[in-house]
Write a protein that binds this ligand. Structure first.
Ligand code: GCU
Length: 690
């Protein structure tokens, strides 16, 4: 389709802040080429949704195996008549990983970094009428100054979060200051008695003398009852000016995580003559603390952080997710009983983070400083990395669920210029930008004292039971970390094993080859049973975050049941199948509902005549039946994991059933059909051979 023949039309749904621009046209060829082929796309859009998920890349990042290059989007803006007397801004949720914004061919802005928001003002540049064309030239080529430059996940390209067209009065709260919507909220000294609340507002005045205005801040409880109001007259300068209002909230109802995620509503209103902007924010008041011996507390109450890590890609969609996919991810995480997420390895969508505020999920958010700062050292890298950190903190800092800022992951993992001077600067910058939150680095080299002593908190990525040693090693890993850093609160930021739902071996007793093609699901279950046991019996971490909640794309991997995937997820890449280990955690982490799950349902047909029947249950009264006959001798073999002694299957179809009784006397059941076929290929492997 030729540009001259077709042009995207503006869109459509009215969002809280503005108008979402979703119908664009797109080309990978040069937009200056009159022969360029354009196609219609819907934003959020990702141009690597297919090719970055099929594998074939190289680990050294020189041969990515997926398209990394330019992509251009265009849209025709609505008739300017509708903006009469208003200012017009455009804000981009995220464009990967470099973007230039043009209006009618004139460059207005550029942005580096794939994960944070940015915007620009269009007022005064728009031609009257309906002919204005907004163009975004995006590019996800590897650029040394834009981290990440390493990692096992793809840097998908595209305009993969929402784009909004925002109208404002001439004197307004800036909708684009550093990619924020102009309001930064802080809270500190939070207790049952009071909470100090700070609201800092970036006002943008188009009046030649700036003018005057009033800032009104109002806090409402969850029932809508007014709790506190403050009003401050302000003198404005032309352009942007910062204004701060400090208040003390008496006897706040605290945000107590999953137990009680209580949110107030904070209204921020700017008025100046006839001009006004009103913005509303949910806010939960909480204090957190980290202790090297006792772990994490929320509002003074000890809380065991049962965390998972999450990447933001979906099978067939890449990074182009809507609210629906974020919700599905969070629902699965909550179903399993987790209460915390490490949002790896970059800033995630504020939509998901807002859901976590409302659900009481504790968050660790981080910048994409992964493995390496690159070589040779370049001041541009430092500048862009600091910018990514500053934007993350300013854009996401209003969210009560975020308790810690992550600065880096596995630095020194690859040969590189010394990243520690930059890491120190990032740590200082994080504290300057946000004096009330702690910083953390995730390391895989706990012996490097320099690296491990920079941030407030330390966290270890460790894979006993997968990349070496048995899962029992987790106990020693936690103990020696604590011993080496007795004054630093430590966490486990990654642990886990790969698993394919197509590979089965009921008798597996040691890890398969991590990089191999045979990843039986049962090893993931066996290893997590032990890993979690070691974790649960120790109080000296402030949290643990399993790797990973979902399978994710990893172009240079060729392991498990297909190339291009990291299969350490507890749920498949398409989010359709929770693996058995998901239910192990569910049975251990949920105490609010009865949980029963018969394992190894997929391990059929099987060539094993004698099998132990295993299940997870958080109930005490459990009975197992094979072909309607009760199997005696059920015993516990791990936390909330039970097994029968080996029993003989009959040839052909067998029906296995577990029935459990909960405290209220209600019965719960789970069952499977296993085909015993002495000559079936491989070992319980369905149609896949070892
Ligand atoms: C690393 C890293 C992850 C990676 C994981 C793995 O330690 O931080 O990004 O995916 O280990 O090997 O699965």
């Amino acid at each position: 389709m030729k540009w001259s023949l077709f042009i995207g039309s503006f869109l459509t749904a009215l969002a809280a802040q503005g108008m979402t621009l979703s119908n664009w046209i797109f080309t990978k060829t040069s937009p200056d080429d009159p022969q360029a082929e354009w196609k219609q796309v819907t934003v959020p859009h990702c141009w690597n949704a297919q090719d970055a998920q099929k594998g074939g890349g190289k680990e050294n990042n020189k041969d990515f195996g997926y398209y990394r290059g330019p992509g251009t989007y265009r849209i025709k803006l609505p008739d300017t008549a509708r903006f009469d007397g208003k200012r017009v801004f455009v804000r981009f949720g995220a464009v990967s990983n470099f973007a230039e914004v043009y209006l009618n061919g004139e460059k207005l802005a550029e942005h580096k970094g794939a994960f944070t928001s940015f915007g620009t003002e269009l007022t005064g540049k728009l031609k009257p009428g309906a002919g204005n064309v907004l163009e975004v030239r995006a590019d996800n080529s590897l650029r040394r100054e834009i981290l990440p430059i390493s990692g096992d996940f793809p840097v998908y390209g595209g305009m993969y979060r929402n784009v909004e067209l925002i109208e404002r009065d001439p004197v307004c709260i800036s909708p684009i200051a550093n990619g924020t919507d102009g309001v930064r909220i802080t809270q500190h000294n939070v207790s049952n008695e009071s909470a100090d609340l700070g609201v800092s507002v970036t006002v943008d005045s188009a009046l030649p003398d700036g003018g005057e205005g009033t800032l009104e801040i109002a806090l409402y409880d969850a029932q809508g009852k007014s709790i506190l109001k403050a009003s401050k007259p302000i003198r404005l300068t032309p352009g942007e000016s910062e204004h701060q209002v400090d208040m003390t909230v008496p006897s706040p109802h605290l945000w107590q995580g999953r137990e009680d995620p209580y949110l107030y509503k904070l209204d921020v209103r700017l008025s100046s003559g006839d001009n006004s902007t009103l913005l509303s924010y949910p806010i939960g008041f909480r204090s957190v603390s980290f202790d090297p011996d006792k772990g994490f507390s929320l509002n003074g109450k000890a809380l065991k952080i049962k965390g998972v890590c999450r990447h933001q890609d979906w099978e067939g969609k890449g990074w182009a997710l809507t609210e629906k996919e974020h919700r599905r991810d969070l629902d699965l995480i909550l179903e399993m009983g987790a209460n915390a997420i490490r949002l790896a390895h970059y800033p995630h969508d504020p939509k998901l983070i807002a859901m976590c505020d409302a659900e009481g999920v504790i968050l660790w958010e981080e910048i994409p400083f992964v493995d390496s700062v690159g070589k040779p050292k370049d001041p541009a890298v430092e500048e862009t990395t600091k910018q990514q950190l500053m934007e993350m903190i300013r854009q996401l800092g209003n969210h009560s669920s975020i308790v810690v800022w992550g600065l880096s992951n596995e630095l020194l993992h690859r040969s590189t210029d010394d990243p520690l001077p930059l890491l120190r600067e990032l740590n200082a910058l994080a504290h300057k930008e946000d004096p009330y939150r702690k910083t953390v680095v995730a390391v895989n080299r706990p012996g490097n004292k320099d690296l491990c002593s920079i941030a407030d908190l330390l966290a270890l990525n460790t894979y006993p039971g997968w990349y070496g040693g048995g899962p029992e090693g987790m106990g020693g890993a936690i103990d020696s970390l604590h011993k080496s850093y007795p004054n630093t609160p430590v966490a486990i930021s990654e642990y886990g094993s790969g698993a394919s739902i197509k590979h089965h071996d009921r008798n597996i007793s040691k890890a398969p080859k991590a990089g191999g093609k045979w990843h039986p699901e049962e090893w993931q279950s066996r290893s997590h049973e032990i890993l979690w046991d070691k974790i649960a019996s120790r109080e000296t971490t402030w949290g643990t975050f399993l790797w990973n909640m979902f399978d994710f794309a990893s172009v240079w991997r060729d392991e498990g049941d297909r190339p291009g995937i990291n299969d350490k997820g507890l749920v498949t890449f398409d989010r359709k199948v929770p693996k058995d280990a998901f239910y192990f955690y569910k049975a251990n982490w949920r105490d609010d509902i009865p949980v029963l799950h018969l394992q190894e349902k997929r391990a059929t047909p099987t060539s094993d005549e004698k099998v132990a029947i295993r299940f997870y249950s958080n109930m005490k009264n459990n009975k197992v039946f094979l072909n309607e006959k009760e199997v005696p001798g059920v015993s516990s073999y791990c936390r909330n994991g039970f097994a029968t002694p080996p029993v003989a299957l009959k040839r052909g179809r067998n029906v296995v059933k577990v029935i459990s009784k909960d405290d209220k006397g209600q019965l719960h059941r789970d069952e499977a059909e296993w085909i015993y076929q002495p000559d079936s290929k491989g070992n319980n492997d369905g149609d896949v051979k070892k």
